[in-house]
Design a protein around this ligand. Structure first.
Ligand code: HEM
Length: 461
């Protein structure tokens, strides 16, 4: 025995050393390769401005700076070398990456690593079969006409039973109200009732913001911040040692997951799962893995909450600055619902309101809730405008910059003009690659119609 252990110990030490040396070398080469690809020495004006943050002297936020750069680029495309990120507002490039060469532009590993802790295997964070499965299941639930009218019923109930009483109470007091917070609670309750058949009652909670809402905000913000760091190595090391923002992120994600787990547990105990009467029931009838179900729940909460809340906030802000648009919305609703009707419109009446539909689209053009969205190229490619994209490059389309592009929307691109969406009073859809607010192509947003119904119904309050 002693003899055997004498022999194995040196062998184990040697093997251990070889393994350690190999891992260390692999790590060093990976870091080196990564740094080489980033070109941290790049001295071009854009990269220097990014690295030194000198762009902040002229612009309030990154999206405005990128919009300025894209507007001044002859092709509508720029390359931030230090981020290995090609950013485009070129309509043909957008169609190329989102549809024509869809398979070459998946979400990719870097994206799923950044958001993996929060979104797990949820629909936003996966490609291939995992995505196809969730897409198919969710399309069955969200795609039909009857579902939109069901969503409409939920929205009107939320508005009448909770939103209007809350706003009326507030109007009678002198307190200030954070409208975005109210819209977040409203969209959270609505998406939970619609997707999971549950009323979380966020609009009933005492203001200000509740614990799990702030956990949601924090988790989304800190996850997104990972994407704008020059090197992922920094956040990965912090995550490993559970330090700083990574520690906060871990705690926030735990709260988010706790809520999602509660939703699943409640559903399991209180519902006949086989009834398939909402999105979660449909998934539960097909999936046993609770962690996967949790990821799906989190994805839908994120999909339906911040996007709608942010759209509503910007829409009301724009309306407050454009009383003429408010008058036109009232005029149209009077024509369709009868003068000064206090009732909520019917689904059919809502569909007849072309001006309102135009106003909502116009607001989303100027303030798209998803301001930019990235994919990672699988193989080397050339975009229609001639930009060379090597495999592994991050390619970003930029709805915010596109919505503010003179070449796309004309000289009055900065103005809030719903009329640009109407032809003889009838709403006309824009080419989705010119207006990729809901993305476009095979991964187009599944909640688009529901979101539009929500926004229009709240506007008619
Ligand atoms: C104004 C509100 C909304 C906007 C602007 C919006 C926009 C988007 C965008 C840009 C994407 C693509 C994201 C990506 O692939 O990275 C997306 C995907 C998606 N959205 Fe929305 N969304 C909105 C509301 C909603 C709502 C209310 C729901 C749920 C009922 C929803 C469900 C989804 C789902 C499931 C996907 C993933 C589609 C896929 O990957 O195949 N969205 N949305």
């Amino acid at each position: 025995m002693a003899f055997e252990s004498c022999l194995t110990s040196p062998l184990q030490s040697i093997l251990g050393f070889v393994f350690f040396a190999f891992t260390a070398l692999f790590f060093i080469f990976s870091v080196f390769g990564f740094i080489l690809r980033l070109k941290p020495w790049c001295s071009c004006e854009v990269c220097q401005s990014f690295l030194t943050s000198s762009w902040t002297l002229r612009f309030d936020n990154l999206c405005d700076w990128y919009s300025h750069l894209l507007a001044n680029s002859p092709t509508g495309t720029i390359h931030v070398h230090v981020l290995n990120n090609v950013i485009t507002s070129n309509t043909e490039n957008v169609e190329h990456m989102l549809k024509t060469k869809f398979h070459n532009y998946p979400k990719g590993k870097p994206f799923s690593t950044i958001l993996g802790d929060l979104l797990g295997r949820g629909i936003f964070n996966v490609d291939g079969d995992l995505w196809k499965f969730q897409r198919k299941m969710a399309s069955l639930e969200l795609g039909s006409f009857s579902v939109r009218s069901y969503a409409f019923q939920i929205v009107t109930t939320e508005i009448q039973s909770k939103l209007i009483p809350l706003l009326s109470d507030q109007a009678n007091s002198n307190d200030l109200l954070d409208l975005q917070d109210v819209f977040r609670r409203f969209s959270f309750d609505t998406i939970c009732r619609f997707s999971f058949g549950l009323d979380l009652g966020c609009l009933n909670l005492p203001l200000p913001i509740s614990e799990f809402e702030s956990a949601f905000d924090l988790a989304s913000r800190l996850s997104a911040e990972r994407a704008i760091t020059a090197s992922p190595i920094v956040w990965k090391i912090k995550r490993f040692f559970n330090l700083g923002k990574e520690k906060q992120l871990k705690q926030a994600i735990k709260s988010v997951n706790d809520l999602a787990n509660e939703v699943i547990k409640y559903k399991r105990n209180h519902q006949d799962i086989s009834s398939h009467d909402d999105l979660l029931s449909r998934f539960m009838a097909n999936i046993d893995d609770d962690e996967f179900l949790r990821d799906i729940v989190v994805s839908f909460l994120i999909a339906g909450r911040d996007t709608v809340a942010s759209s509503l906030t910007s829409f009301f802000w724009l309306l407050s600055k454009n009383p003429g648009v408010i008058q036109s919305i009232i005029k149209e609703s009077d024509q369709i619902m009868g003068p000064a009707s206090k009732k909520c419109p019917s689904f059919d009446q809502l569909r007849q309101m072309h001006y309102l539909q135009a106003a909502v689209h116009e607001s989303l053009r100027l303030f798209p809730p998803v301001q930019f969205d990235s994919k990672f190229s699988d193989a080397d490619d050339v975009l229609p405008d001639g930009t060379i994209v090597s495999g592994g490059t991050r390619v970003t389309y930029h709805p915010y910059a596109m919505g503010r592009s003179k070449s796309i929307w004309g000289h009055d691109f900065g103005e809030f003009k719903p009329g640009r969406w109407l032809e003889d009073g009838v709403f006309k859809q824009a080419n989705p690659f010119k207006y990729p607010v809901f993305q476009a192509g095979p991964r187009v947003c599944l909640g688009k119609e529901i979101a539009l119904v929500e926004m229009k119904t709240v506007a008619l309050l």
